[in-house]
Ligand binder design. Structure first.
Ligand code: FE2
Length: 241
């Protein structure tokens, strides 16, 4: 992945700015001139990880992934576009409005774009494995929460059939458990204080070319392609402490 750009304030500029505030009159502490907020751009994915194509053996084709890449890139590009717009806009609280306002439009669609990017990052990072029963710490957490891997699979499949966009396996920091969440769009229904360790895309673009409307066949193929090592790696930092 490439194209990370960080326009955050430099240490030197920060120190200069701090010194200026120290000697400036109170009115100058809140300058009125337009100043861009700190801007950081996300990486735009350039290709599908090679291991992901091993899913062809189970029926999820290379063509599907290659088309999917264009959508994945779209979420990254739109995330950056909205970040730039927010960085450049003159924020005026008096013009903000919950029915419609420029900042409302940007904030709402930002969650769709950025969460869409995160969802796809996790989807492609955790595909391309051998499937089978969950391993490692995540496997233990699945046992603790669902009683058995088979029961987790049943819940995961059912959640996939009942959702319009995603199934998320996430670790709840407060309860120290994992749970299968359903999602109807890119930005529904994540919950704070969780870490996402597995994400299954159930939008039609993820399976229609290969399975038509037979979503369950796609879900079963997907389960055979999960890279549990990658899932555990995503959960490593939070499930071992
Ligand atoms: Fe997708």
């Amino acid at each position: 992945m490439k194209h990370t750009k960080d326009f955050s304030i430099s240490r030197r500029n920060f120190l200069v700015g701090t010194a200026m505030v120290a000697v400036a009159p109170a009115a100058m502490c809140f300058p009125q001139e337009k100043k861009p907020m700190s801007l950081k751009l996300v990486d735009v994915p350039q290709s599908i990880p090679e291991k992901v194509y091993s899913s062809e053996a189970h029926g999820i084709s290379r063509k599907t992934h290659d088309e999917h890449l264009k959508l994945w890139q779209g979420y990254a590009n739109k995330t950056n576009e909205i970040r730039k717009a927010l960085a450049e806009m003159e924020v005026d609280p008096a013009k903000a409005n919950q029915i419609y306002s420029a900042i409302r439009a940007l904030k709402v669609d930002y969650s769709f774009a950025y969460q869409g990017l995160i969802n796809h990052n996790v989807y492609f990072e955790t595909l391309g494995g051998k499937g089978g029963p969950a391993t490692g710490r995540i496997g233990e957490l699945i046992q603790e929460s669902y009683g058995s891997f088979e029961k987790w699979v049943a819940d995961f499949k059912a959640t996939g059939m009942a959702s319009r966009g995603w199934v998320y396996l996430a670790y709840d920091h407060a309860e120290k458990r994992v749970f299968n969440y359903g999602g109807d769009a890119q930005n529904t229904f994540p919950i704070f204080n969780h870490t996402l360790v597995l994400a299954m895309d159930v939008y039609e673009h993820a399976y229609f070319m290969d399975f038509g409307v037979a979503r369950m066949k796609y879900i079963e193929a997907y389960l055979n392609c999960i890279d549990w090592d990658a899932v555990n790696k995503l959960g490593e930092a939070v499930t071992t402490r």
